[in-house]
Design a protein around this ligand. Structure first.
Ligand code: HEC
Length: 622
């Protein structure tokens, strides 16, 4: 098996002067041409380690992706404009040249369980953030501040062909369902040993957490992919049931999880055009966010709510390329169900081009029945931004009025205050946490800043809320921007007033080496500013678990904020199949719980963060 041979490879990159290409077995066959294509078209942004361009993964990260993921990116994904004009054969050779992975992943016979039966009577985790209100509070867990010191690693599983882990498992009493998202491999694993019960392969890279629902007695997994397709798979055996296209454009993608409720699915749709806009040749921008309701049994679309009207031509960029708008307002977050009010809540992101619209950077309440807008709360007006704005000098597609890029990416939490009244909690990339009144059209009850905010700062994937506290992470990368003071950390706010009850200020933590002779911040210079809380927070009894971008996961006492447990995942792990996998940045999903066990994934190379490909199972030692 062609493994991620980091020792030889990094040795080449760092220790031999002038050796700035991946040394590959197939270099002789592909010859100069592929290397030249890479040098002229790709190497300007994808450096051997780290990157000079914001957001671009290093070559080390790209090598960890499998060939089909790279090909997808070059033909249908975020790199399609960079690869425009290349022939199919050239794209094929380029993916061979970059990837250090096997062409086709196939689990070995020895990795399968001898006893592959699956029980669905006891389900610990069936959806993102544990419940339909997205509280982030685990329902089935024994782990607490008294016993967490006994929480130890039980097994590690390699997520094959990926550099980023972006799923969240579904967990029953005997089985863990998990996706190696970008490579499209889907697994049912034994909860106690990590052996494989079934394995299935998706045709396009997956992008969302897994959701479990029951259709006429059939346990079914639902998820979304990079082409904005929602799929249903039989959870008993991995058989594909249906796939529905839910996008409005070739630039639509799915990121937030599909929500299963009462036989229907609520599907959030986002877009990759924000990244494509970095290319001045791209006609920016035409895609926008939306939410659809689907029949869970058939995949039939029941209603659609668009977050902007259709884009019209708006002129030309200084590069001479046609421009379009309105666009953007993507729905990154997993919808929240409010049974009592017949509503669902989603957060939206910024507009990708001018003109700005009223549903961007908003909390939007929709009717569950027909998708009508019940009310919306816009936190930031006039926010037009795409990745061309992160270039220096600004790219031609960067809008004239450059907004701050303050999405609501975290799922909205539905809770109650101490008078029993409904309260919605929303965290924004601005670093603000808002409490809104769902009975008064989203009227602001309080607002507390937990971070300074930026395009990659503030609140990201998810907050958590108990009966009286709200936990919010601030991701604020410590970029050396004049006049900007990053404020990364974790805050516990009083649910009724928004007052800060306690706070943990996170500090740089790049000391642990992935390898013994190189420090992590030498391999990944970006680690020096990516170390805060982007992943979703989750609560297990009196503990809040906070995974961080430097690979550290911490558990704090919910009432006091005292650190009770800490584990560094940015290292190598021996996996159940005998391979060597490694962790990296912890982003996206939070720690998941089931009885005496906790599950987490590590590795997330987007934005130049630490890549990784490991899924970890912990258990309370008796
Ligand atoms: C102008 C800078 C730039 C150039 C040139 C460029 N890239 Fe990228 N690349 C990026 C950025 C930025 C990202 C991260 C995009 C995102 O997902 O937000 C990226 C992401 C990727 C990814 C990961 C995408 C995924 O979905 O996992 C691959 C693979 C990739 N690039 C390959 C290439 C190849 C091959 C070339 C040359 C044909 C190339 N890139 C040229 C900037 C660039």
């Amino acid at each position: 098996m062609r493994r991620w041979n980091n020792i030889i490879w990094l040795g080449c990159v760092f220790l031999i002067a002038g050796c700035n290409q991946p040394s590959q077995e197939n270099e002789i066959q592909v010859g100069e041409t592929t290397a030249e294509v890479f040098r002229s078209r790709c190497s300007g942004c994808h450096k051997p380690s780290g990157s000079t361009v914001p957001n671009a993964p290093s070559l080390i990260s790209l090598a960890q992706k499998n060939q089909s993921t790279i090909r997808f990116s070059l033909t249908n994904g975020t790199m399609r404009t960079q690869a425009a004009g290349l022939s199919t054969a050239q794209i094929h050779r380029l993916s061979e040249y970059i990837s250090q992975q096997d062409v086709d992943y196939k689990p070995a016979a020895k990795d399968f369980c001898l006893e592959p039966s699956i029980s669905f009577t006891d389900v610990s985790v069936s959806k993102w953030a544990f419940d339909e209100r997205n509280t982030g509070v685990a329902g089935d867990t024994n782990i607490n501040s008294q016993n967490v010191s006994r929480l130890i690693l039980k097994w590690a599983f390699e997520l094959p062909g990926v550099a980023e882990a972006r799923s969240q498992p579904v967990i029953t009493r005997d089985t863990v369902f998990i996706a190696a998202t970008t490579s499209g491999e889907l697994f049912a694993l034994d909860r106690h040993t990590g052996c494989i019960k079934w394995h299935s392969h998706a045709m396009a890279p997956l992008r969302s957490a897994l959701t479990l629902g029951n259709i006429h007695g059939r346990p079914t997994l639902f998820f979304g992919n990079s082409k904005a397709e929602t799929s249903a798979v039989d959870a008993r055996n991995g058989k594909w049931l249906w796939t529905t296209s839910v996008g409005m454009s070739e630039y639509s993608i799915q990121t937030g999880a599909v929500v299963f409720w009462n036989g229907a699915l609520y599907v959030p749709v986002s877009l990759n055009e924000v990244a494509l806009a970095q290319n001045p040749e791209h006609e920016c921008c035409t895609a926008h966010g939306l939410v659809r309701k689907l029949d869970a049994a058939s995949g039939k679309i029941l209603w659609t709510r668009h977050m902007t009207s259709d884009a019209q031509p708006t002129g030309k960029s200084r590069h001479g390329t046609r421009t379009w708008g309105p666009s953007g307002a993507p729905v990154w977050s997993t919808p929240t169900i409010d049974v009592e009010r017949g509503a669902i809540y989603v957060g939206t992101g910024q507009n990708a081009s001018a003109p700005a619209t009223e549903l961007s950077d908003s909390v939007v309440a929709l009717s569950m029945n027909n998708g009508a807008i019940l009310w919306h709360f816009q936190a930031t007006r006039g926010d037009t931004y795409n990745n061309a704005c992160s270039d220096f000098p600004k790219g031609a597609n960067c809008p004239k009025w450059i907004g701050p890029d303050f999405d609501f990416g975290a799922s909205i939490i539905l809770s109650r205050n101490d008078r029993g009244e409904g309260i919605l909690l929303a965290g924004q990339k601005s670093g603000d946490v808002y409490a809104l009144n769902p009975d008064k059209q989203g009227e602001v009850l309080w607002r507390t800043a937990v971070g300074s905010g930026s395009a990659l700062g503030g609140v990201h994937w998810g907050m958590a809320a108990t009966d009286n506290l709200v936990f919010a992470g601030s991701n604020d990368p410590d970029f050396p921007i004049p006049g900007y003071r990053a404020n990364p950390g974790l805050a516990a706010l009083d649910l009724n007033t928004g007052k800060v009850r306690w706070r943990f200020d996170v500090e740089r933590g790049c000391q642990t080496g992935l390898m013994d002779y190189l420090q992590r911040d030498e391999i990944y210079p970006a680690c020096s500013y990516y170390y805060a809380f982007s992943a979703a927070l989750t609560v297990s009894n009196d503990l809040v678990f906070a995974p961080a971008l430097d690979g550290t996961v911490r558990a704090f006492s919910t009432p006091s904020g005292h650190l009770r447990w800490k584990y560094d995942t940015a290292k190598n792990f021996d996996t159940v199949s005998g391979t060597n996998a490694h962790g990296g940045a912890m982003d996206n999903s939070g720690v998941m719980f089931s009885g005496d066990m906790a599950f987490m994934q590590s590795g997330y190379d987007l934005f130049g963060q630490l890549p990784g490909n490991v899924f970890l199972a912990f258990e309370l030692k008796p």
